[in-house]
Structure formats: structure tokens, C-alpha cells
Write a protein that binds this ligand. Sequence first.
Ligand code: AMP
Length: 356
Amino acid sequence: MTALPPGSTIGILGSGQLGRMIAIAAAQLGYRAHVYAPETGPANDVCPVFTRGAYDDDQALATFARAVDVVTYEFENVAAPPIARLAEQVPVRPSVRSLEVAQDRVAEKRFVETLGGRPAPWKPVADRATLDGAIAAIGTPAILKTTRFGYDGKGQARLSSPADADAAWQAIGGGPAVLEGFVPFDHEFSILLVRAPDGVSVGYPPPHNVHKNGILDTSTLPAPAPVAAQWTEAAALAGRVADALDHVGVLTLEFFVGADGPVFNEMAPRVHNSGHWSIEGAETSQFENHVRAICGLPLGPTRLTGREVRMTNLIGDDAARWADHVADPGLHLHLYGKHEARAGRKMGHWTRVLRD
Ligand code: AMP
């Protein structure tokens, strides 16, 4: 494809912090951004052009399509059919296929399995009665997860024993769901790659991710030896997934370090929180490379800019200490402009790059 010239407009579905950071990267390369979302959010602070609309409003989406040159999305929890209709009017990158696979845990696991990936043992759970059979097959401890619309540990419940079935079923609000065996892991990591329309892709070194209460807390690079030992296999799987989907843009796969190889957890067809370190910690950030990919520009190098990089999320009240963070000359502080510091809400992050 020919590259979109500077001055072209990138449409972004979603007004959150990921959209905000995509819009900032777009501006750096001379592109305009136009955010489409049902409500305003962090992206609106950096993007003057906004359409308020529902993600299934065909008419509003058609008007949006006429105003932009390419469309991308910052999250996958949108119904696919209206986006498929949008894609008939303007290029949508990554494609609707990436969206469909990644927004459904059953489709995602099956897809990754066909490409040689290994998730934790799992069973689809259509209703409460099926859950008992799934528990008998998988055993406990286990995790019950809604098939769709889960994020940051929401829509998940842990079962320590079969007696927890009713409580878990209620906690996730009833099916459809998947039951996963609990993986007794010591390390979690993610693979972020970016793929261009011509199929060229580049990968980032894998961050070692630590979660607290189901929400990402820190990402650190270089990852420790147990992660490094599984990098090649995990990155190869991510490459096969990206090729099979003809994915364009950033693709993220999350893994546990398993006893005999990487255990696939889940994927996101987009820029990812575990890649925020790349803004200062990589030669080209995930956001810039996403913009490069969807606009048909050459991809940028992904090497670390220092010997160690650490990203820490600011969740809820953590952001109250922003003045301390901004006063620390070694920290790069990012605040997302959210007004209400609700518990569990991602308010910002900081990154420290150790150079010597
Ligand atoms: P998810 O939203 O599926 O990424 O889950 C959020 C976090 O919960 C993961 O990053 C893990 O820390 C934990 N988790 C999810 N699934 C499992 C599992 N099958 N075994 C152990 N921990 C898990």
C-alpha cells in the first residue's frame, strides 16, 4: 500500500488512555486524530475532533468513515458487525477478524491452539449445569472467566474447590464463560509485536509483568532468565497468530512461564498496558509503531534505550502522589487526565529507564 501522507486523519474508536497515547503518537508524525466514542475520556484532551456515537450506530459510523482515512481501535469490546460495515467504507486496522477472535475467549483459545499455542486446560461453560462438568474435567483450583467483555480481572472468579461453583457463577453474573485450570506460575510476560500491511513485523523484548488484584502493576525489562528462556517460542507463536489474522498494527499476547514452555493466557489486538514502558524505554514506542503500521510507514526499531526499564501503573489513589513522582528526575510520569480516582482505575503510570 502507499503510505498515508502527513495531514491524513486517523479515526480512533474509543476515548480512553490508549486512544490518547495513539493520538499523541499520530500528532508527532503529522497525522490528525478523530476520536469516536459514546462518551468523552482521556483522548479528548489531546484530540480536538470528536464524534459522540454508539459503537453500533451505523449512521454515525458512516459519517465518521467519510471524515477519516483509516480507522483503528483502542479496545476490543465492541460488537463486530457494525465495525465490519464500517470496514466496507474505510480501511479498519487491525481488521475485524482480529477483533472477533480476540474478543471471545473461546474463539481465541481455539484459534491459538490451531497454531500450536498451549493455553491452560479449559472448557467452555454455557450454563450453570455445564459448570459442574467442567469442574469435574479441569479440577480445582480453577478460574471462571466470562467469554466476552472481561478486562483487568473483571468478569473473573476463582474456585478453590467445587463447593465454590455457585458463588463463582454468581460473581461473574452467569454464563457464557470458560473454566480454566489455575496455572501455578512464578512469572508472567507478554509479547508485543507490530505488523505492517506488507507482512513485515518487528517484536519488542518481552516485559516481565506483575499483576495485583488482576490488574497490571509493573512491567520490567530485560525480563529474568525464566522468561527469556521462553521468549523465542512465545514470539514465534505471536508471529503465527499475526500472520494467520493478517493483522496490521500492534498485537499483544500474554503468557505464563510454564514448566515446559509458555502457557498462553490471552491476546489483545491492540496496543497494551504492558507496552507503555516503550514510550521512553524503546527506540520506537508501541504507539508510534502502531501508527506507522496502520498508515503504511516503515516500522521503527524496538531495542531498549537503557540497560533496565521499569513501568509502574498508578491505580486509584496511587496517583495522589503525582507531585513526588514528577519531582523525581529519574521518572517519566504520565497522567491520563481522569478526574475520579476510583479503586482499580488506571490513572497513569511512570517509567524509569536506567542508562548506566
Ligand atoms: P486475564 O484478564 O485473563 O489476563 O487475568 C488477569 C490476571 O489473573 C492474569 O494476568 C493472572 O495474573 C491471573 N490469571 C488469569 N488466569 C489465570 C490462570 N489460569 N491461572 C493463574 N492465574 C491466572
